[in-house]
Design a protein. Structure first.
Length: 212
């Protein structure tokens, strides 16, 4: 399947190695959480290559260094509850000044449609680069609706970051929001009859928080 220019699938060896452990049914919750954070941090590092820089002079013990730093970038991380929370620290490790919002959506088990129950975003969301996180992009319904909520509240520059995606989810998201950049570690085969990614890794929320 071919994807739009706004979709990046990472093939970095460290990401792929950690993903293989993440998938393993025997990986315990503690290690699973750590891997989600580590993979997110590696993906975040790569996805921020387009951040603007400006020149700055820095006084070192030996003289003046002509350096660069970020040019006025304000970042917001917005996880889709609940599994998206597991990716937040991976972003904050690199950009500790980022503000964090939350969007709560639950999926109807019969229709597979998402329903909103919570939305709290940082101030000046229209002036921020927004990273929406959710480990799994399955049907795409939650991602599409979460981004719609952000746009309704003024968000403009949005990136979506997941770990595993299904082709159906990528199609739904890129068609609904062609302006949003999508980043993932792997695109799996398909969705099964109950909307889970195959082979996937099971329910990411359950595995992060140790629930069933």
């Amino acid at each position: 399947m071919e994807y739009s220019n706004n979709v990046t699938v990472f093939d970095h060896p460290l990401i792929q190695h950690k993903l293989s452990i993440l998938r393993n049914v025997d990986t315990p919750s503690k290690q699973f959480r750590e891997l989600v954070e580590e993979i997110t941090m590696l993906m975040c590092y790569e996805s921020m290559r387009d951040l603007p820089l400006e020149d700055i002079d820095v006084k070192t013990p030996m003289g003046i260094a002509h350096s660069k730093h970020l040019k006025g970038v304000k970042l917001a991380v917005v996880p889709i509850l609940r599994a998206g929370i597991g990716m937040v620290d991976g972003v904050l490790n690199l950009v500790p000044a980022a503000r964090v919002g939350h969007i709560g959506l639950y999926r109807d088990e019969k229709t597979l449609e998402p329903h909103e129950y919570y939305c709290k975003l940082p101030k000046n969301i229209d002036k921020r680069l927004i990273i929406v996180t959710d480990p799994m992009l399955a049907t795409g319904g939650s991602a599409v609706d979460a981004i719609k909520l952000i746009k309704e509240r003024g968000g403009k520059h949005i990136k979506f970051m997941c770990i595993i995606a299904a082709p159906e989810g990528i199609k739904a998201l890129t068609e609904a929001h062609p302006d949003v950049e999508v980043y993932c570690a792997h695109v799996d085969d398909k969705l099964n009859e109950i909307g889970y990614i195959v082979p996937g890794l099971g329910d990411a929320g359950d595995r992060i928080f140790g629930t069933k």
